[in-house]
Design a binder for this molecule. Sequence first.
Ligand SMILES: *[C@@H]1O[C@H](CO)[C@@H](O)[C@H](O)[C@H]1NC(C)=O
Ligand SMILES: *[C@@H]1O[C@H](CO)[C@@H](O)[C@H](O)[C@H]1NC(C)=O
Ligand SMILES: *[C@@H]1O[C@H](CO)[C@@H](O)[C@H](O)[C@H]1NC(C)=O
Ligand SMILES: *[C@@H]1O[C@H](CO)[C@@H](O)[C@H](O)[C@H]1NC(C)=O
Ligand SMILES: *[C@@H]1O[C@H](CO)[C@@H](O)[C@H](O)[C@H]1NC(C)=O
Ligand SMILES: *[C@@H]1O[C@H](CO)[C@@H](O)[C@H](O)[C@H]1NC(C)=O
Ligand SMILES: *[C@@H]1O[C@H](CO)[C@@H](O)[C@H](O)[C@H]1NC(C)=O
Length: 362
Amino acid sequence: MFLKSVAQAVSILPFLWPSISAQSTTACNNSPSLCDRAYNNITHLGAHDSAFVRNSTNDFSTSGNQFYNSTVQLDAGVRLLTVQVHQANSSTGATEWHLCHTSCDLFDAGKLSDWLTTVKAWLDANTNDVVTILIVNSNNAAASDLGGQFSTSGIDKYGYVPPSSTSVPTTWPTLQTLISNNTRLMTFVASITPSTAYPYLMDEFTFIFESQFTNTSPSNFSCQPNRPSSIANQPTAALNSGRMFLMNHFLDSEEAFGILVPDVDAVNVTNAQTGTGSLGGQMSTCTTLYGKEPNFVLVDFFNVGPAIASVDAANGVTDATGRETVSAQVPQQSTNSNTGLRNSGSIFGVVVAVVVAVWFGA
Ligand SMILES: *[C@@H]1O[C@H](CO)[C@@H](O)[C@H](O)[C@H]1NC(C)=O
Ligand SMILES: *[C@@H]1O[C@H](CO)[C@@H](O)[C@H](O)[C@H]1NC(C)=O
Ligand SMILES: *[C@@H]1O[C@H](CO)[C@@H](O)[C@H](O)[C@H]1NC(C)=O
Ligand SMILES: *[C@@H]1O[C@H](CO)[C@@H](O)[C@H](O)[C@H]1NC(C)=O
Ligand SMILES: *[C@@H]1O[C@H](CO)[C@@H](O)[C@H](O)[C@H]1NC(C)=O
Ligand SMILES: *[C@@H]1O[C@H](CO)[C@@H](O)[C@H](O)[C@H]1NC(C)=O
Ligand SMILES: *[C@@H]1O[C@H](CO)[C@@H](O)[C@H](O)[C@H]1NC(C)=O
């Protein structure tokens, strides 16, 4: 009898085991260890200018900041996507809100609503992940303009609403709380007048401070607060304000006419874990200054480095799961022998576009 029940108990163990095991290894943002961490006690990897992808469809435009699109970024572990939103005119003259790099003449990645639809599809398919979007509001769109785009895409249903639109909360929810409540999208806009009709559109500088974003030398990366101006160069005031810290870490190089383009030649150094001008190096310097890891780090060409390595180290994540592997190499920029011509063609296009924009007083 006794032996039989032991045998029975042992025999059902293998059937219990998978469910116990599945429970304890359910990952939030790729790791079970992040589920109970507050949203502001995690370092989120950000893809700067997420939608401005340089690839064969645009002859590897020098205005592109990433090699892979937003879906691939999210699949690979990126959890902050930044974009610029500009006013554009449709062929019928109607106002449209597009993702454009500096100007829609230079690089137009299409409608904000279309891009949001792709991010929503990703959230639909990845139910245990919290994603942050940061929108640079280049033409001062109203909350209703941006909110209309969110509604069109349907992504607004995931929007987290802060307790107050004008002050920093003392505590942010944990990832698990956001996931359980299905409010898995954090949206910040630089800048926006809050609206009770679109309460998930959070004004960036109410909740976040940033370091300098224009850097052309590896020695220029700084941890000092730069925006909002009220706390510029005042790290203690920035920390005491309770705002989260966004560390900018992308390098530009200066082309003819003073035009800045992402410094792709240096990116393997810029996104590395150690060395002068490296991502890991700046994170370590900033962690010393603020006594804690940055909340967000923003990089160009996220796959190189790879940048996620420094972020995993900051989060103490050694068990990342559920990520798609993306090559850490700079992609071959052309499959034919015209590489040089194609690249100089793109630079020429950039110069012409900017000169035209200046000419018309844009
Ligand atoms: C942040 O997370 C770490 C690791 O789980 C934990 O030790 C620490 O207490 C947390 N800090 C805050 C302020 O919640
Ligand atoms: C190529 O780049 C364009 C423009 O940024 C983008 O819309 C498209 O999704 C990219 N293609 C792929 C396969 O990522
Ligand atoms: C994003 O890139 C992937 C891989 O190249 C591709 O399969 C997918 O269609 C792209 N998505 C968009 C919206 O371009
Ligand atoms: C859109 O049209 C308005 C009114 O004609 C004009 O002022 C604005 O410059 C146009 N914007 C773009 C991006 O073409
Ligand atoms: C859950 O979301 C609803 C709205 O979607 C909100 O009213 C509620 O406060 C949220 N709860 C938590 C714990 O965030
Ligand atoms: C950026 O770095 C260069 C080269 O080290 C230096 O000459 C310049 O003063 C730095 N600029 C700033 C704003 O720190
Ligand atoms: C970056 O790439 C250059 C050129 O391929 C190489 O010489 C250098 O060792 C690389 N540096 C790192 C940190 O990978």
